[in-house]
Write a protein that binds this ligand. Structure first.
Ligand code: DGT
Ligand code: CA
Ligand code: CA
Ligand code: ZN
Length: 586
């Protein structure tokens, strides 16, 4: 069993215990252990073998035993028993947004409701509203939550889909029959969530069956939906569906363009081809009215690459992230596509957490990890005092906090690396900030974020955020909508007004790169950029592996048409430092 799976099971145990009404400390111990294990830098197997697992903070004897059992036997009796002791439907219920274990327990005990279907029925006939502490409003909320859950079903967070795809790509590329191989679909376009994976391989026709045979037997495949000569479909561990198509190498660029999508982009391209008397599909170009098929001799215009397909349509090459039919074809026609930001352009990372709040590493360890990634600077951004459950920094700790960062900055300067002192400061319900201005002025930069009061109406929330933005100490707006992808809808907010306010006050907007957030949404960046608002791609890292989220953030920034110059953490340290300071002095 790998580390990630161990962490996942520990996390689930925490949830199950919560559902059973166990004491909150025990529940939290499992959730914390899960976070610790998933972010662990040392080798878990080695810690277990050398008996040093218990030395980790928060891993006591009971947890050591359970983790060891999981690691060594791939199973855990305690977990199996726990799962068996609760109705399956009850566990499923807690995935309903806004419906936690506590409420699940109540409806289970009082109404004998043990499935989502029964819960929906109990809401429809008013039994839930009649329960103590529920009422009409929360009953309505639960119904909305069930609707949302059904909408989310079958989609996956980007990092999970990406990780699953990498393993499969490696296997497919290593196969001797493979000529070219790519993952297409929404993954290649870097959508914020992924429905299924679409793999494409080019090979000689006679080799296709062998490739299919390998594909359906890959580790991680838990079910085979279909296995054919040119197309197979499987379900992977974690519930992600993966399709594989094998085409000839001459068809490959056409199939790649087609299966990359989006559907809307394809339709627009096809329309453009038709205007030129051509028909375009996944096999190639043909004379209009004579569709290519898989067996045809080949495209009437030969294209070795996607670039050549766009060229044949008199378009500049359109990077996959832009293929959403949102103006990219017009821009490509006029030679107006932006030169998109790239991973290699990143020079630093701002807004990260440490053991000063809810992160699992020290600032020094995090900064070293950023240095190892080849970055030139690191910004801290721990929580402010109102986030007490995330151990937000109390006012009287701030001098020590800043002193530690200054000392580290001095030390790292010798390596040509900078550390900036930031803070993720809560925007309180009334739009004021969690610390007085005097304390805020101690920091190099302030990320202002909403972490509660999500139920305020749109007008109130918008005014609340804009009031916070007007404070000259605020350098950046954190995760502007508070959404958690596939789990929590954004709070009601007029983003247009918020972005305009950012432009007015010179506030940077965060592109929170945590795969559950990817907030500000990519659809808004073009507008923000037109107003001159700058972007910070922030991993919001709570552990060293979380720093990898930067790459996902770059994908989303590309989707938002951003260039290197639009992204502040692609700037050299001196320029960033000046930019962070500018507003507060003016
Ligand atoms: P997903 O899987 O929901 O995250 O999104 P996609 O974009 O990966 O969609 P998927 O897997 O259904 O199909 C992959 C690509 O195949 C899609 O982006 C465009 C192409 N495609 C699928 N169906 C159609 C269609 O009916 N017409 C056209 N023109 N293209 C299609
Ligand atoms: Ca797909
Ligand atoms: Ca698909
Ligand atoms: Zn936050």
């Amino acid at each position: 069993m790998d580390k990630a799976k161990v962490a996942e099971i520990l996390d689930e145990i925490g949830t199950l215990l919560d559902l059973k009404g166990e004491n909150p400390f025990k529940v939290r111990a499992y959730h914390n252990a899960a976070r610790l294990i998933s972010g662990l830098q040392q080798d878990l197997g080695e810690l277990i073998e050398t008996g040093r697992l218990g030395e980790l903070k928060g891993i006591g004897e009971a947890l050591t035993e359970k983790i060891t059992e999981l690691w060594k036997t791939d199973r855990l009796k305690y977990y199996d028993d726990l799962k068996a002791s609760l109705p399956r439907g009850l566990v499923e219920m807690i995935a309903i947004p806004g419906f936690g274990p506590k409420r699940a327990q109540i409806v289970y005990r009082k109404l004998k409701v043990d499935s989502i279907e029964k819960l929906e029925a109990a809401c429809r006939d008013g039994r839930v509203a009649a329960l103590d502490g529920f009422g009409e409003k929360s009953q309505e909320k639960i119904l909305q939550g069930i609707e949302q859950l059904r909408k989310f079903a079958g989609r996956h967070h980007y990092h999970k889909a990406y990780a699953a795809a990498q393993a499969i790509l490696e296997a497919l590329r290593a196969h001797p029959a493979t000529i070219r191989c790519e993952a297409a679909g929404s993954l290649r376009r870097c959508r914020e969530t992924i429905g299924d994976l679409d793999f494409l391989v080019s090979a000689k026709q006679k080799n296709a069956p062998a490739l299919m045979e390998m594909f359906v037997k890959l580790p991680g495949v838990i079910a085979i939906n279909a296995q054919g000569e040119t197309k197979s479909s499987v379900v992977l561990d974690g519930g992600i569906q993966a399709d594989l198509r094998v085409v000839s190498d001459a068809q490959f660029p056409f199939a790649l363009a087609y299966f990359t999508g989006s559907k809307e982009h394809n339709i627009a391209l096809r329309g453009r081809a038709l205007k030129r008397g051509l028909s375009l599909n996944e096999y190639g170009f043909s004379k209009a009215g004579q569709e290519q098929t898989a067996r045809d001799k080949g495209s009437v215009i030969k294209c070795r690459t996607e670039e050549e397909i766009y060229d044949a349509l008199e378009l500049d090459y359109i990077p996959p992230e832009l293929r959403e039919d949102m103006g990219e074809i017009e821009a490509a026609e006029e030679g107006q596509l932006p030169k998109l930001v790239e991973k290699e352009h990143l020079k630093g990372t701002l807004h990260n957490h440490s053991t000063w709040s809810d992160g699992i590493e020290t600032i020094e360890a995090m900064a070293n990890a950023a240095l190892d990634l080849g970055l030139d600077y690191y910004g801290t951004g721990d929580h402010s005092k109102s986030q007490f459950q995330a151990r937000g920094i109390k006012e009287d700790q701030i001098p020590d906090h800043i002193a530690e960062i200054s000392k580290l900055d001095e030390k790292f300067r010798k390596k040509g690396f900078r550390i900036f002192a930031g803070i993720e400061c809560d925007i309180l319900e009334d739009g004021s900030l969690d610390y007085p201005d005097k304390l805020l002025s101690e920091f190099d930069f302030v990320v202002a974020s909403v972490h509660r009061g999500f139920t305020q109406d749109e007008k109130t929330t918008t005014a609340r955020i804009i009031k916070a933005l007007s404070n000259p100490h605020v350098t950046m707006l954190g995760h502007p909508t508070g959404r958690l992808l596939l789990s929590r809808e954004p709070y009601a907010v007029d983003l247009r007004a918020v972005i305009e306010a950012c432009a007015r006050y010179g506030v940077i907007i965060e592109l929170n790169a945590h795969p559950w957030r990817l907030d500000l949404d990519w659809r808004w960046w073009k507008f923000a950029k037109e107003l001159g608002v700058k972007c910070a791609i922030n991993p919001d890292a709570h552990s060293i592996p979380d720093l990898q989220y930067l790459a996902i953030g770059v994908g989303i920034a590309r989707k938002g048409w951003l260039t290197r110059d639009d992204v502040v953490n692609c700037w050299p340290a001196v320029r960033v430092e000046a930019a962070l300071r500018r507003r507060r002095k003016s």
